[in-house]
Design a protein around this ligand. Structure first.
Ligand code: ATP
Length: 361
């Protein structure tokens, strides 16, 4: 951070990515700039870095080394979505996953809270999915060398799932710490009935960590039961802690119950680095049409600002985050929304509406 008369300037990485990425990332940069100004914080220094299809054209790889070294020199960053299914086969890495792995961003925090005015299927939903981000069944994350998926013959495919006590412990601590500051309840989501060794280790390690948080109540469920329970009675949940793949699926389900994929925020973090990333993907069907909902990334950026506020003990950043959250809620409450929520606003119009409300007190 660079010191100024108003305090230190944040240095924030900015990665546009693919599909709707440039539209929602551009909108988020504008909202963050305006929120910092409205809160009385110094302006941020943005560091644009390449990733995705355009990076393949320019650098011959979807994730150039210069992007990783550039990120090292930031306080945190905003990551647009990637569409690796559209990359040529020889370039088909998942750059988002590679960044998470490179920086050891082991926790993926995905809050879902229905906002008034968006016709959420579950208006009482208010939960956080705490997703283990570094192992599980993700083929690019669970091997030191080679892939976690392989074919001994063309007709047989195998997949390796990785669960360690250390990774389960650290994600459980994230979940219990978070729950202690909320309604004080953690649900461990697993499938130990059919994966007794891997999922059993995850479940039992989470229970062992629970002992350090006597003020938090804890229970556990099988993931299939959780899917049904979420639809039947979403208000029952406070914090759910689960492994990588289950967390990915359940958080999309919860996001849709709370509004739309276009409003679902997330933060990827370790103890010393954080990356704002919307839950949704690149939505190639919408790319370039000025129709994407930018709110998921706005709220992810607000999470990043809150994380930075806590890490650097700078309340002004939390106030900027609060302005973003309030402006989003006020815009929806005024009946303004993008097409995914049945509204008529374009991405650009919606951004202007949010920006105007950042200055409301
Ligand atoms: P990934 O696996 O990378 O998360 P995905 O295949 O799950 O991607 P998404 O790109 O997330 O798919 O989007 C699925 C659909 O949801 C899109 O085709 C689009 O119609 C809708 N959608 C996703 N994000 C948004 C958004 N920000 N605004 C509006 N609609 C969206």
């Amino acid at each position: 951070m660079e010191q100024t008369a108003q305090g230190e300037r944040l240095r924030l990485g900015l990665i546009e990515g693919d599909g709707i990425g440039p539209e929602v990332v551009g909108s988020t940069r504008r909202v963050v700039d305006e929120a910092l100004a409205a809160a009385g914080a110094p302006a941020a220094d943005w560091v644009p870095l390449p990733m995705g299809l355009r990076a393949i054209g320019e650098f011959g790889t979807a994730l150039p080394e210069s992007t990783l070294t550039g990120l090292l020199d930031t306080d945190g960053w905003i990551l647009g979505p990637h569409d690796n299914a559209s990359y040529p086969p020889e370039h088909r890495i998942a750059p988002g996953g590679a960044i998470r792995r490179h920086f050891g961003l082991y926790a993926n925090i995905r809050p879902v809270k229905a906002l008034p005015g968006i016709g959420a299927a579950a208006p009482d939903i208010d939960l956080v999915v705490v997703r283990e981000n570094s192992e599980g069944f993700y083929a690019d994350r669970n091997m030191a060398v080679g892939s976690g998926e392989f074919c001994p013959t063309p007709d047989i495919a195998l997949s390796v799932g990785l669960v360690t006590r250390a990774a389960s412990e650290r994600i459980a601590h994230e979940a219990f710490r978070l729950a202690a500051g909320r309604r004080g309840r953690v649900t461990i989501v697993h499938k130990a009935n059919v994966l007794p060794l891997t999922m059993g280790l995850f479940r039992d390690t989470c229970y062992a960590v629970a002992a350090a948080y006597p003020g938090v109540t804890v229970d556990d469920e099988h993931v299939d039961a959780t899917a049904a329970h979420l639809v039947r009675s979403p208000g029952d949940f406070d914090v759910l802690v689960t492994e990588n793949l289950f967390g990915d699926i359940l958080s999309d389900l919860a996001a849709q119950l709370g509004g739309s994929l276009g409003t679902a925020a997330s933060l990827n973090c370790s103890t010393d680095r954080a990356m704002a990333q919307a839950v949704h993907g690149a939505a190639p069907d919408l790319a370039g049409h000025n129709r994407a909902n930018p709110v998921a990334l706005h709220l992810s950026a607000a999470m990043l600002l809150r994380w930075l506020a806590a890490r650097h003990d700078r309340a002004v950043l939390a106030r900027a985050a609060e302005r973003i959250e309030r402006a989003v809620a006020a815009t929806f409450a005024a009946g303004i929304a993008t097409a995914d929520l049945g509204g008529l606003a374009s991405t650009g119009e919606f951004t202007e509406q949010i920006t105007a409300r950042l200055h409301f007190r």
